[in-house]
Ligand binder design. Structure first.
Ligand code: ADP
Length: 196
């Protein structure tokens, strides 16, 4: 099962992706977490990515693609994966499709978490006080929302046009209830999902 978790910044996609991956029995591959890890380890990629991430922009496609390609080549990711935060641009999606095509696979499902802008802003500003992520500022958020609309939302259209199943999920409410909504929707579409 190759699935994508899709949603604007603050939609809770990271939280939901880690829970859903456990239920699907596949690794959770989160581009943002991997980039933050590169920053923390002060690697060449991390040094290049940090100022871009802090300003709310996107790290160049070629760098992110190389990082994800390496991860998808690991043995645990061969039979399935839940991707979170990748692909974030149409060129990244095209590259992912080609990468999977070489292995005779494709994206099976896209989960799209839907949350209104006002709620996103409230959540991110709250997260700023608890997690201390350096991109969780009012300016950073405004920029990330703009980039999301401009560069990332078209990825959803890309998969819609390709005929990929898209689960539109209401991302407002209790965290457990949202996980169950996602699981139910995936099951309904025939995914093999384990119990919690
Ligand atoms: P959020 O969805 O809350 O913005 P993420 O952890 O998914 O948080 O991403 C944080 C930042 O990491 C993004 O704003 C961007 O700068 C960078 N990033 C993550 N994934 C990608 C990607 N696929 N392509 C380019 N940049 C990325």
């Amino acid at each position: 099962m190759i699935a994508l978790m899709f949603g604007p910044p603050g939609s809770g996609k990271g939280t939901q992706a880690s829970r859903v991956a456990v239920r699907l029995g596949v690794p959770h591959v989160a581009a943002g977490d991997m980039l933050r890890d590169e920053v923390a380890r002060d690697t060449a990629l991390g040094r290049e990515a940090k100022p871009i991430m802090d300003s709310g922009g996107l790290v160049p496609d070629d760098l992110v693609v190389r990082m994800i390609e390496g991860r998808l080549g690991q043995p645990d990711a061969i039979s399935g994966v839940l991707l979170d935060g990748f692909p974030r641009t149409v060129p990244q999606a095209v590259t992912l499709d080609a990468m999977l095509g070489r292995r005779d696979t494709n994206v099976d499902d896209v989960v799209s978490l839907e949350v209104p802008d006002d709620e996103l802003k409230a959540r991110i500003l709250k997260r700023a006080t608890t997690e201390g992520r350096s991109d969780d500022t009012a300016e950073g958020l405004a920029q990330r929302l703009m980039v999301y609309r401009q560069d990332t939302a078209p990825v959803l259209d890309h998969y819609r046009e390709a005929g990929t199943r898209i689960e539109a999920i209401n991302g407002v409410g209790d965290i457990d209830a949202i996980t169950e909504r996602i699981i139910e929707s995936l099951k309904h579409n025939g995914a093999a999902v384990g119990n919690s």
